[in-house]
Design a protein around this ligand. Sequence first.
Ligand code: UD1
Length: 415
Amino acid sequence: MDTLNVQGGYPLTGELKIQGSKNTVLPVMAAAVLYKGVTILTNVPMIQDVYCMIHILEAIGVKIALSGHCLTMDASLVESGEIPMEDVKRMRSSIMLLGALLGRVGEAVTSYPGGCTIGLRPIDLHLKALEAMGAEIFEDGTKIRASARKLRGAHIRLDFPSVGATENILLAATAAKGVTVIDNAAREPEIIELCLFLQKMGVSVRGAGTSRIRIERKKELRQTSYQITGDRIVAGTYLAAAAVAGGEVRLTGIYTPYMESVLRAFQNCGCDISWGKEEIALRSDRRIRAVPWVKTSPYPGFPTDMQSPFMAMLAYGDGVSMIEERIFESRLNLAAQLAKMGADIRVEENRARVAGQGRLHGALVQAEDLRAGAALAVAAAGAEGMTRIADPGYIKRGYESIDQDLRSLGGRIWW
Ligand code: UD1
């Protein structure tokens, strides 16, 4: 059986540079499709989702060269708007190509994103917005076909500040004629980064990071080089691992203003943590203070992607903590896996009551999604004995080398 193996109980100490952000690079790669020429990205994380996106881009005609963490994409010739079905199944985020493909070739064909274990994840907001911009959408039960002879700017109010829908609208708006205004836009750092990239490409974008974004393409797009920012969720995961394993870590290569709510949450748990603009230091004696509530919400609230590593950490707490998951309903399923390691977590609807045990033990557990898999590695880092995490492929979707990273800090972890 393919497993990620962790021998717990070794403190994590040392310095680590954090990989580039998955959720930033994927929409920026989609945006590159809009420019008839070369786009260069640096600090690209070498993760499965990036490989999957490369596969899709090659299938539609983009020429790709990868050297180290530098990705060169030549989208001079994009001939097809059809996203291979197998890739849609492998990576839900391929849906973010809809807006870009519509803009570039006037057509996008995809199937329903499946294979996701963290909740329903509908795409109604994406489709409604693209329709408002002049796209016609045909759904036949298996495929979604969107076409638009000409996209036009529109005033769109999202019912929920969806990250993916905001990204799709931004990309469609880049190709549209006229002004697009998004109200109730997502404010996540990944939206800010995409807007910065589009600005560099020559698009006029105002309001990135606020609930109202105004976007208009006034001139021709231009060749762009862009450095992908550090991954705030990977950084948070490693902080949680150090908190439960003990030790002293220093993380670099991240932009901490994007991590405010998470860093404060570590403080609330009693962690000895401090940070500058691009680095974080955490020292842990393995004592985790229980907290009354961790509630996930859209940015600037506590991110749902950090909820799983936090649940793993709070399982080591000195009392009862409550978690409320308000974005993806199924993300509390992790509790059942942590229970195999001795955690006492009761889940009711979208709430989890985590009765901290101070200690957990190794077990054979199952990664059921990307962040839950990484959270099991967090739990395992502090546990007594050996943990084997089955289905570790999920973790590789977003973590370039969790094994090498934690080993470089003194952890015992191997594939
Ligand atoms: C992105 C991130 C993911 C993160 C999430 C929330 C990427 C590749 N993924 O996912 O890691 O956990 O943001 O920060 O960047 N919804 C609808 N209809 C829609 C779209 C969304 O009802 O058309 C709902 C979803 O079911 C969910 C909520 O809106 O409950 C948030 O989803 P969204 O912000 O769209 O997340 P993603 O873009 O899928």
